[in-house]
Write a new protein. Structure first.
Length: 230
């Protein structure tokens, strides 16, 4: 259960932000998956997570992801992994804003340090109870995947599929063009070294290459994302 140090339960609520809103879609004790909507021309603070890795997946719209000394433009669907301690800020630059999935590992919204912020939140903690409202019917939450029973969802013009896989062959046969997040388990070398861990976000091409060499002895649960066919 996703709680901050004040004991706030983030399940079934929306956290209003000065740049838009976010809510918790999925959490399993290790990985938390959040949906973010950033309004046009708004941006998150320049911030870092000292003890948390973060995966960003852009579902719709166009965004500029900035670091302290450079930036990159993202178009859907695209991904970026943010290492622990790396300062970053995301700005929506398209009409209608952007929709983003944020993957945090471990689950800890309080692990946050803000450097600069357009809304006066420098060095302030994550939003508290005064920013929380009940989740609405249009919010998507996901179930824990079970073996042989993929859970499929539609969100922001994308198809999301949560699956539990025990045979490495199934990873080698994933369709091209997907972005894949590890929810649980992972891939290991013959010497039991982990090479793909919970919270890692990779392309299906990368997953294919790793699955040709490495193994999932304990199984692996994944969330795959692809554009919805028009």
């Amino acid at each position: 259960m996703e709680l901050n140090k004040s004991g706030i339960n983030y399940h079934q609520v929306i956290v209003n932000k000065p740049w838009g809103r976010e809510y918790l879609m999925y959490e399993n004790g290790t990985v938390g998956i959040w949906f973010l909507h950033i309004e046009k021309d708004a941006r998150t603070s320049m911030h870092c997570h000292p003890h948390k890795k973060t995966g960003l997946i852009l579902l719709s719209g166009e965004a500029v992801l900035s670091f302290l000394n450079d930036s990159t433009r993202l178009k859907p669907i695209s991904k970026m992994m943010i290492r622990e301690g790396l300062f970053h800020s995301t700005q929506a630059v398209s009409e209608g804003g952007v929709s983003i999935i944020e993957v945090e590992t471990p689950c800890d919204k309080t692990n946050l340090v803000r450097l600069d912020d357009e809304y006066g939140r420098e060095e302030k903690p994550y939003e508290g109870k005064d920013s929380i409202v009940p989740m609405t019917k249009d919010c998507l939450t996901m179930n824990h995947p079970k073996e042989g029973r993929p859970e499929k969802y539609s969100l922001s013009g994308c198809i999301l599929s949560a699956e539990k896989i025990t045979e490495i062959k199934a990873l080698r046969e994933r369709p091209a063009g997907e972005i894949v997040t590890v929810l649980d388990g992972g891939l290991y070398s013959k010497t039991d070294e982990p090479v793909l861990n919970p919270g890692d976000v990779v392309s299906s091409d990368t997953l294919h290459r790793l699955a040709e060499r490495f193994y999932c002895p304990k199984g692996i649960s994944i969330l795959s994302i692809k554009k919805e066919k028009i």
